[in-house]
Design a protein around this ligand. Structure first.
Ligand SMILES: Nc1ncnc2c1ncn2[C@@H]1O[C@H](COP(=O)(O)OP(=O)(O)O)[C@@H](O)[C@H]1O
Ligand SMILES: [Mg+2]
Length: 293
């Protein structure tokens, strides 16, 4: 601790989102979570009915237990749901298949887009540094005081589950696969973030666009990376995640890349990404994190 990449006090909620599937959201949530757990207390919240983050951490989503489904429906508290990942400082709020039903059930419930925010503690309760006032805590507890960073893995859609994540988050990390039409989907997502800022969560920052599955040997990969950087110079993270077999193998071993193959290029890239995000998080209280450009 004490180096320039240690995290200032406070707790931060980060949604990992992109409505496209297969772009590296889950890999990013799990790999970053494990990296950040080196310097902070981290919780990964699995909000995808496919439960890939849960199984990537070696936890079987078919085992009956309380999950983020119960959290969203208000039938369980964060404490009831959280399990240890087996890694020091890394906990998980697991998903279950029932979550796919939650998408329908939530539509009927009041305040359906703020269910997760409520379960995690409202943004004002969470971040005493913002605005400089002490946290108000009418409910008597701020459940996520136990964590410095909460990473939310989201499904490949902009439905009610992803909206819950965006409503609960201080910032969003957007993994973008270096492939054809990447920029098109990104434009749509940036519009959604603006809508969310105007309605559900004015404090939502675009923490970083993360280029994933980059293959420097192909022209297309390089072109897409250049194009994304040109359109979003401030938001795009310097760290780029290479296409790496080791990263794709790690989930089937139930281990984050930091444990599965710590010296691999993928692990090094996620470590660099974690350092960069830590610096951005430390600035988030001052609201000078690049948004949109
Ligand atoms: N950098 C990478 N290099 C190679 N394979 C990757 C990389 N990132 C993710 N993958 C693999 O690609 C697939 C999709 O990634 P995933 O993180 O599950 O995306 P999403 O959560 O956006 O659907 C998974 O099989 C994953 O293991
Ligand atoms: Mg996923």
């Amino acid at each position: 601790m004490g180096d320039s990449t240690s995290l200032a006090a406070g707790s931060y909620v980060i949604a990992v989102a992109n409505q496209k599937g297969g772009v590296g959201k889950t890999t990013t949530a799990v790999s970053l979570g494990a990296e950040l757990a080196d310097r902070a207390r981290v919780l990964i919240v699995d909000l995808d009915p496919q439960a890939n983050a849960t199984s990537s951490l070696g936890i079987d989503p078919r085992t009956p237990r309380r999950s983020t489904y119960d959290l969203l429906l208000g039938d369980a508290s964060l404490e009831d749901v959280v399990v240890s990942s087996g890694l020091l400082n890394l906990d998980l709020a697991p998903a279950s298949r029932a979550l796919s039903g939650a998408q329908v059930e939530l539509v009927e419930l009041p305040d359906r887009d703020h269910r997760l925010a409520r379960a995690l503690g409202s943004p004002r309760e969470r971040s005493p540094r913002v605005g400089g006032s002490p946290p108000s805590d009418p409910g008597g507890s701020t459940p996520n005081a136990a964590y410095d960073v909460i990473l939310i893995d989201t499904p490949p859609s902009l439905g009610v589950l992803t909206l819950n994540a965006l409503a609960a988050a201080d910032g969003v990390v957007v993994p973008v696969q270096c492939e054809y039409l990447a920029l098109e989907g990104l434009g749509q997502l940036v519009e959604t973030l603006e809508l969310v800022r105007g309605s559900l969560n004015p404090r939502l920052a675009l923490l970083g666009i993360l280029l994933t599955m980059h293959d420097p040997r192909t022209n297309l990969s390089n072109q897409v990376a250049d194009e994304v950087r040109r359109h979003f110079p401030a938001a795009t993270l310097g760290a780029t995640i290479p296409r790496s077999v080791r990263l794709s193998e790690a989930p089937s071993h139930g281990r984050p890349i930091r444990l599965y193959d710590p010296s691999s290029r993928g692990a090094e890239a996620y470590a660099a990404c974690a350092r960069e995000l830590t610096e951005r998080l430390n600035r988030i209280g001052d609201r000078d994190v690049g948004v949109g450009a």
